[in-house]
Design a protein around this ligand. Sequence first.
Ligand code: ADP
Ligand code: MG
Length: 224
Amino acid sequence: MPSVISIHNLNHYFGKGDLQKQVLFSINLEIYSGEIVILTGPSGSGKTTLLSLMGGLRLAQEGSLKILGQEMNGANKKQLTQIRQQIGYIFQAHNLLTFLTAQQNVRMALELHDSYLNENINTVAAEMLTTVGLGNRVDYYADHLSGGQKQRVAIARALVSRPSIILADEPTAALDKKSGRGVVELMEQLAKEQGCTILLVTHDNRILDLADRIIYMEDGRLVD
Ligand code: ADP
Ligand code: MG
């Protein structure tokens, strides 16, 4: 199986000089195509930092981190942008724009891609919302949706451009058990259909069984 993400001896630091603090220690990790991986561990252990590095949202400082074959340590702006376009992001606080409708929020993800300029992106966005069960909420403002519905819009937004990788940071944190599982199950089902790899950060024990593989992090290190 090809590696989608390949990490060797990755270290990461916050701050400068005397205030510098190391938060990731010698991380080695391979994520393979089509896998559903859950990264878990205590709060403050470095999960979000590692996830943001794997999403090209933060620059790799020391060691090697390859995303879809592209070395991110020393990557230029153009390379970063190209990598980010192949990744769908889902965050804890859904990050929807509340003054836009569900459809407009999903559309925005397509407007960033040149390859969709010739398609009717309104139709594509509405179809994706139907797929996540929100066909009857297309014109609702994000503010007027429940927590679970907002997170489903966030999934639609992340998947609509058919990314190779989905990165999700605590996507169930604001949801009750039933809608939390529902959201992750939906994400998995759609990702499998698209052949997409999922990396999900959580300390929600209720969804660990949905992973192909669980990785545990403690004090900035991956532990067995
Ligand atoms: P987790 O997601 O597992 O809760 P984080 O990756 O958010 O952990 O944080 C790991 C460590 O890095 C923590 O000690 C946190 O306080 C610190 N940290 C996170 N972000 C920053 C930042 N922007 N500046 C300084 N320290 C940070
Ligand atoms: Mg975190």
